[in-house]
Design a binder for this molecule. Structure first.
Ligand SMILES: [Zn+2]
Length: 176
């Protein structure tokens, strides 16, 4: 399920730098043998991150999240500049530094604990559930139970129906 750290970084960098031709970059290494740039980068990253945590889901999430304030900061900077732009820039940099610091951290036990808390936490669970609801939207409708706020799944196209919540046993009527 997990890519190696070096694979992740190499893929991340290559898609960021050169989305079309990531497989065609070739460099000549010492022996005169041709070696793909990505392989060299992988070896290098393996050396750098040996015994360290590497990029896990949480670090990748931080890195991706940083892109939004960074982008807005650049746009704002071009339009108006000043204080708000600078604040967003600082936030973006803080997220990037946090992400990198986690990747190079040698306290892998603490980092793995953080990561599993993130992966199993309410934020990611909500996100995954949201994706599930989106993928099933053709055949099902999802309603929040007014009693306990849980999502209930009902088939589409059944007209007006009474929905019974199995958790809190309250009933409500909806058109599907
Ligand atoms: Zn309920």
């Amino acid at each position: 399920m997990f890519l190696s750290t070096a694979d992740q970084i190499a893929n991340f960098l290559l898609t960021a730098l050169n989305p079309q031709n990531s497989d065609t970059i070739i460099v000549i290494c010492n022996g005169g043998m041709q070696m793909r740039f990505i392989d060299k980068l992988k070896m290098y990253m393996d050396r750098v991150l040996y015994g360290r945590n590497g990029f896990d889901e949480f670090s990748l999430f931080l890195m991706r999240t940083a892109l939004l304030p960074l982008l807005i900061s650049v746009l704002l900077g071009n339009l108006a500049g000043g204080y708000p732009s600078f604040c967003l820039y600082v936030i973006a940099m803080a997220l990037i530094i946090w992400s990198l610091w986690r990747a190079v951290s040698k306290d892998t036990y603490a980092r793995k604990t953080e990561n599993s808390r993130f992966v199993n936490g309410s934020f990611m669970t909500g996100y995954r559930n949201c994706l599930v609801r989106f993928s099933q939207r053709k055949y099902y409708r999802f309603y929040r139970c007014p009693g306990c706020r849980k999502y209930l799944r009902v088939p589409k196209g059944k007209g007006k129906i009474r929905i019974h919540c199995p958790t809190c046993h309250s009933d409500f009527i909806k058109k599907t």
